[in-house]
Design a binder for this molecule. Structure first.
Ligand code: BDR
Ligand code: CA
Length: 371
């Protein structure tokens, strides 16, 4: 399996993505680095412990389900990453994810959600997230680890500050959910949350040469904005599934622990989405994990290698990021002036390839977008 480090700020869609990762034999999660983002870093940490606690109780009741989550048995490391951005004000997305990052299950479902046993199934490291991640990265062969970033990029920026060569030579690729290129933002009219949360880290990594762009796979909001990629929370089905979880006394009644847990945090996500006028949720972080599971490591090839990722199209785009705008923090300022050369109708592959190479050779701030 592909060794992966998951940098995460769980977070409703983060937990769904992590469950998917734990259930994917193609990858092996060697560590979770938890970060501020959707909630504070301590809550992010607790949410991973909660997930492992829930899974352990679930497997006690349903021993044959354990084989469906091979990642659970590999005892990943866990470490606390950054509690705020490299610079600038701290923001979270608790308005959506709840104060605890999981729809306030700490209030609604306190009785059944945790027994405090989650830590038994993880290897807790006292090191800072970027130190643990660097130690692991150095201890693996060159170009072997996939770094999946599901939250702000702060931890990765700290790794690159400390040891750029280890990041460049030892990581195979970074797969990152972040940014909004040609679609509106979600945190502000123009900014996606992860990039909004630490635009300074994005700048250091992507625009200031921190990490090789041909190994940086960006899955921006553009990927999850099309309706078919939303996870529909249809009222009739959700109501039946979730109703009894709202009353703590009935919370565990007859429900397998994993179903109870996921129902509990999706319950509030649904309320928020309905308040926003849509009964569906975008599974942003799941798409990033899916990319890492479905696409083999790059090895010696870059993303622009024609043989890479059949069926996907790598679009190099030129953009910069706004860090301190009065209204535009985290906005990607996309340079579309030359795009007819790479995105015109009737394009063929060799022309596109030539254009891409040209773009890369003189770009000021390119990034690859898989969509
Ligand atoms: C991203 O921000 C968070 O709220 C989600 O977990 C996802 O990583 C989407 O903008
Ligand atoms: Ca996230």
């Amino acid at each position: 399996p592909i060794p992966v480090i998951i940098d995460t700020d769980p977070g409703v869609d983060d937990i769904v993505a992590i469950l998917y990762a734990l259930a994917s034999p193609e990858i092996e999660i060697i560590a979770f680095i938890v970060s501020f983002g959707n909630t504070d870093v301590e809550s992010s940490y607790k949410n991973i412990l909660k997930l492992f606690d829930v899974l352990s109780r679930h497997f006690e009741q349903f021993p044959d389900h354990r084989a469906r989550f091979p990642g659970f048995s590999s005892r990943p490391y866990i470490a606390r990453g950054p509690s705020g951005p490299l610079e600038g004000a701290l923001h979270s997305a608790q308005y959506f994810h709840g104060l605890d990052g999981l729809g306030n299950i700490h209030e609604r479902h306190r009785d059944t959600i945790t027994t405090g046993r989650g830590a038994e199934f993880l290897r807790a490291s006292g090191k800072a997230g970027h130190e643990l991640a660097l130690e692991l990265v150095r201890s693996y062969p060159p170009r072997s680890i996939t770094y999946i970033a599901l939250g702000p990029l702060t931890n990765l920026a700290l790794m690159v500050r400390e040891d750029p060569a280890a990041c460049r030579d030892h990581l195979d690729r970074v797969v990152c959910m972040g940014g909004a290129l040609d679609v509106p933002g979600n945190t502000s009219p123009v900014a996606e949350f992860n990039f909004f949360a630490d635009p300074f880290a994005v700048k250091e990594l992507l625009m200031d040469g921190g990490f090789p762009l041909e190994r940086f796979v960006l899955l921006p909001l553009d990927v999850t904005t099309p309706h078919e990629l939303r996870f529909p929370l249809y009222a009739s089905r959700v109501d039946n599934t979730f109703k009894d979880t709202s009353a703590p006394s009935q919370a565990s009644a007859g429900k397998p622990p994993l179903v109870h847990f996921t129902s509990a945090f999706l319950e509030r996500a649904r309320e928020v989405m309905v308040a926003f006028g849509k009964d569906a949720m975008e599974l942003h972080d799941v798409c990033a994990v899916w990319y890492a599971v479905a696409n083999p490591p790059l090895g010696e090839r870059g993303l622009l290698d024609p043989g890479h990722a059949e069926g996907w199209k790598a679009h190099p785009r030129l953009f910069d990021i706004e860090r301190t705008g009065e209204l535009t923090r985290g906005m990607l300022v996309v340079d579309r002036r030359d795009e007819s050369t790479t995105h015109g109708p009737g394009e063929n592959r060799s022309e596109v390839q030539a254009a891409l190479e040209k773009t890369f050779s003189d770009a000021t701030a390119p990034a690859l977008v898989m969509k």
